[in-house]
Every structure is written in structure tokens, then in C-alpha cells.
Design a protein around this ligand. Structure first.
Ligand SMILES: [Zn+2]
Length: 180
């Protein structure tokens, strides 16, 4: 899914959690950042190539919105870094390791990591075999699940309609101190 929808779903999730337990503003911000970050990391090598090398913003933008097989030509090292950063950020085993390490250090689950998990889980089902299937089991395999590509127009319309619906429901159900 694209970065805006990822962030909005994480915001909806944070709003829901906040009804059940206190959630600091910092945690909410971290949740949204972690929900967006997996799709930003892979652009950093291209940004470095643009700023410090002979890359260009056009290549960066082209890469960000590319369709399979139509990505701009990248230097091998930039492509390698970009590929593996994307894999690391979308890997359930790596997210699990990080979650457990942070859990051990803080002795409690860091809720903001759910933003990252939401990104991975949503992406597994909203990419397809011919649209960047997510390497959710990296580094064991880079094969992914054949879901529905989020870029499919009807799915995108449905996704934003659902987001709008959830947003309206969150607003309408906000000021009700006692539920039915
Ligand atoms: Zn992603």
C-alpha cells in the first residue's frame, strides 16, 4: 500500500488503542513514523546518489512510483542497498527480532512498533506476484504472497472509502462517555 494510506490506517489504529489505554503524543507520532518508514528507507540510497553522486531527483521520484520492469537504471550498489533496505523493513522475522529486543530492554511492548507491524501485514496482502510481492520472510526467502495490488483502481477506491468510513466512525463515536 502507499505511504499515505499506511499512515492513515496507523492513525486510525492509534486512535482506537488510545480509547483503551493512555498513549502519549510521542508514542502516537512514533507509531505513524514507523508505519511510513518502511517505504522511505529504500529511497535513502537514491537520495544519497542524488545528493553526493550523479543521481537525480527525477530518478528518485521515478523509482518511488515505478511499475515493475520500468524502474530507472540505478548504479549496482545503489540498487543493492535499496533492495535490501526494502527487504529488511518488510521482514516479519526482522521485525520480530527488533520487537523482542525492545521488549527485553523496556520490559514492556513498545506500542509504536505496531505501526511497523501494520505496514508489514497490510503490504503482504496488498501486493501481488506481479506487483512487488513483499519479501515478508526475508532473509530466509524473498518470495512473497500473491495478494491484491493496492494500485488496482477499484481496490484503491475501496481502501480510501474504508479509511473515510473509519474516520467518520471515529469522529462520531468520540464523545460518548458511556457505551451502550
Ligand atoms: Zn511497504
Amino acid at each position: 500500500m502507499e505511504i499515505v494510506a499506511h499512515t492513515l490506517w496507523a492513525a486510525a489504529g492509534a486512535a482506537l488503542i488510545r480509547r483503551r489505554r493512555p498513549l502519549s503524543r510521542g508514542t502516537v507520532v512514533a507509531t505513524l513514523v514507523l508505519a511510513a518508514l518502511p517505504d522511505v528507507l529504500q529511497l535513502l540510497p537514491l537520495a544519497g546518489w542524488w545528493i553526493f553522486g550523479d543521481g537525480s531527483f527525477a530518478a528518485l521520484r521515478g523509482y518511488a512510483v515505478a511499475l515493475p520492469g520500468q524502474e530507472p537504471m540505478l548504479p549496482p550498489l545503489v540498487r543493492l542497498w535499496s533492495h535490501h533496505l526494502h527487504c529488511v523493513a518488510h521482514s516479519a522475522p526482522i521485525a520480530a527480532l527488533v520487537t523482542l529486543a525492545v521488549w527485553a530492554a523496556r520490559r514492556t511492548l513498545w506500542i509504536a512498533l505496531l505501526g511497523w507491524w501494520s505496514h508489514i501485514v497490510i503490504d503482504v496482502f496488498t501486493h501481488s506476484a506481479d506487483y512487488y510481492a513483499v519479501p515478508v520472510l526475508y532473509p530466509f526467502t524473498e518470495r512473497g504472497f500473491d495478494g491484491i495490488a493496492w494500485i488496482t483502481p477499484w481496490f484503491m477506491a475501496l481502501n480510501y472509502a474504508a479509511l473515510a468510513g473509519v474516520g467518520v466512525w471515529l469522529l462520531l463515536s468520540r464523545r460518548r462517555p458511556h457505551g451502550p
